[in-house]
Design a protein around this ligand. Structure first.
Ligand code: BEZ
Length: 218
């Protein structure tokens, strides 16, 4: 079975473009986004990594580290980063893990159902990871997962929005409605009685007895 929300994200030690990384230690006390891509030097992946490079400041503002992974080598990742930077016009200053051993891909269930491992002469084409995303909290628990097929590039604006929603609801009795963006009202959890919610969060916009909006205090 794949990883579930609130599972502890598997810890690992791996080589990366920034040297050897002990994953949980590397995350530190902020958030992390681990995302896999099928192959280096491929078109969709280049646009995705370019999008991440362009959003570097946004992730930093949110105290969030970003790390990529694929079944290619550090040597390939380093060469490919030059293409990403030329394409995106932004430095790709985040590590990319060398998972030629497939250990991270397997621990995070990032391989497609039909992956194929020949006993000899394996190339990344036999075992390309799908496009997975894991948002991991400071407590190292999985907060959100997403998986896209190889043919569909991810929307990194949505990943940023989802990260904002995770941060806005962590440790507080709130949820975010459909299509929420920062600055909009949040939903008060059903576990909080209305009087208590009013005392704590001010006026509520009560649309249904079970759908009560409040200003986010943050
Ligand atoms: C890509 O464009 O990212 C891609 C294409 C074929 C296989 C894997 C990735």
């Amino acid at each position: 079975m794949g990883l579930r929300i609130n599972d502890i994200a598997p810890d690992f030690t791996a080589d990366s473009t920034e040297g050897r990384i002990e994953f949980h230690k590397w995350i530190g006390d902020g958030y992390a986004i681990l995302f896999s891509h099928p192959r280096d030097f491929t078109p969709v992946c280049t646009t995705e990594f370019g999008a991440v490079a362009q959003l570097a400041e946004e992730f930093e503002k949110r105290n969030t580290k970003v790390i990529g992974v694929s079944v290619d080598s550090v040597e390939d990742h380093l060469k490919w980063k030059r293409d990403i930077e030329a394409f995106a016009g932004a430095p790709a200053n985040f590590p990319i893990i060398d998972d030629t051993s497939l250990s991270v891909s397997k621990a995070y269930d990032m391989l497609p159902a039909d992956f194929y491992l020949p006993t000899e002469g394996r190339t990344p084409a036999n075992s390309a990871t799908v496009r997975s995303v894991f948002i991991i909290g400071p407590d190292k628990k999985v907060r959100l997962t997403m998986t896209y097929p190889m043919s569909i590039g991810r929307n990194f604006a949505e990943i940023l929005r989802a990260l904002d929603a995770v941060r806005a609801t962590d440790g507080v009795p709130f949820a975010t409605p459909a299509n929420w963006v920062p600055g909009q009202d949040v939903i008060v959890a059903l576990s909080v009685p209305t009087d208590e919610a009013k005392a704590k969060y001010g006026d509520l916009d009560i649309r249904l007895p079970y759908l009560r909006y409040a200003r986010h205090p943050g």
